[in-house]
Design a protein around this ligand. Structure first.
Ligand SMILES: *[C@@H]1O[C@H](CO)[C@@H](O)[C@H](O)[C@H]1NC(C)=O
Ligand SMILES: *[C@@H]1O[C@H](CO)[C@@H](O)[C@H](O)[C@H]1NC(C)=O
Length: 328
């Protein structure tokens, strides 16, 4: 035989390390959370992925060193509340690192859904799984799905509320500190046909930064339809981010495909080596769409077009085996 013992040994050890890589989870399969995977938000920090989702009754964080590991990790409940004005319908929890502190922003209201929904801030410390205390209600009127948008000079809060035209729209305000917002400005109203299927809705905003540009995805159309999907706002970089005229809207940019229906309410997280940006979102296999715990959590990488803009592709089939994020 031409193979020397050494080469054979090398080939065997390559095969062995390939198998070992598979076994240690260098790849994963969606969904990351099979039920109650709604409104996902993810942060990679201190060696762990931290996945926030909602079951309507509390705020939970699931953490693991790999995406595959999130499937079997036990969630930690970081917040419950019996105060009647915010004791029920916990939605869209997000955690953000501002001024050397973890802050959780979430939506909650009375136990009777959903007219009482308001935005709230919890103050944590330097441990993302540490103790959180109630800090403030961010809006006096109906509002949901708050997130933080950062520019080099200012933090902004972006959320969903009703416009004077009674359309569920995106609003933006300056954050004077991590728990106080200024005057709300109307950022985007649902007016295109892809934003109005089953009901006119813009919600679930998520900021994305790439190549020196600032983007906001959002979820459009009614969540109980299979036309729930993502749209994209791009800041022109020079106008005031508070003015809708400083943004251009495009879409839809991410829609039902491969059996994953109504993909939306997404968030973005970076790979352990910061080289990749990933999209975490929910979808359902219920043929008419779903807006309840029948939504599962999915993750896949964001790609980039030649002009630097994001390319979200389409939701990968549940049968697809994906590489874990880079740098694990
Ligand atoms: C950006 O938007 C602002 C506000 O509408 C406008 O004044 C400015 O000319 C725009 N800049 C570019 C480069 O499009
Ligand atoms: C989601 O969680 C709630 C509260 O724990 C539970 O009652 C419900 O059955 C779950 N939904 C699904 C689809 O598993």
């Amino acid at each position: 035989m031409l193979f020397s013992a050494g080469l054979r040994g090398f080939a065997v050890s390559c095969l062995f390390s390939f198998v070992a890589q598979l076994a240690t989870g260098a790849t994963f399969k969606n969904p990351l959370k099979e039920t109650n995977g709604s409104d996902p938000f993810m942060v990679y920090t201190a060696g762990y992925y931290h996945l926030l989702t909602t079951t309507w009754t509390d705020i939970e964080i699931t953490r693991a060193t790999t995406l595959e590991g999130l499937k079997t990790a036990t969630p930690t409940v970081v917040w419950t509340d019996t105060t009647s004005s915010r004791a029920g319908n916990f939605w869209a929890p997000e955690v953000h690192w501002i001024d050397n502190t973890w802050w959780i922003y979430y939506t909650a209201g009375t136990e009777t859904c959903c007219d009482g929904q308001r935005l709230h801030a919890l103050q944590g410390g330097t441990d993302i799984l540490g103790t959180y205390t109630y800090k403030s209600q961010l809006s006096s009127e109906w509002g949901i799905d708050g997130t933080v948008l950062r520019t080099t000079s200012q933090n902004y809060f972006v959320w969903s509320r009703f416009s004077p035209n009674s359309l569920q729209s995106l609003y933006i305000a300056e954050m004077s500190n991590p728990y106080t917002i200024g005057t709300p400005y109307l950022l985007s109203e649902p007016t295109n046909s892809w934003e109005t299927v089953g009901g006119a809705v813009n919600e679930g905003p998520a900021a994305l930064y790439h190549g020196g540009k600032t983007y906001l995805t959002f979820s459009a159309s009614y969540c109980w339809t299979t036309s729930y999907q993502l749209g994209l706002l791009t800041w022109n970089g020079s106008g005031d981010p508070l003015l809708s005229s400083s943004w251009t809207k495009s879409g839809p940019v991410f829609s039902s495909a491969n059996g994953n229906l109504g993909p939306g309410h997404n968030g973005f997280f970076t790979s352990p080596d910061d080289a990749e940006i990933w999209n975490v979102y929910h979808a359902t296999s219920v043929s008419t769409g779903a807006c309840d715990g029948n939504r599962y959590t999915m993750a896949q990488p964001v790609n980039w077009n030649s002009d630097g803009s994001p390319n979200f592709g389409s939701p990968d089939a549940l049968s697809a085996r994906l590489n874990e994020p880079s740098g694990e």
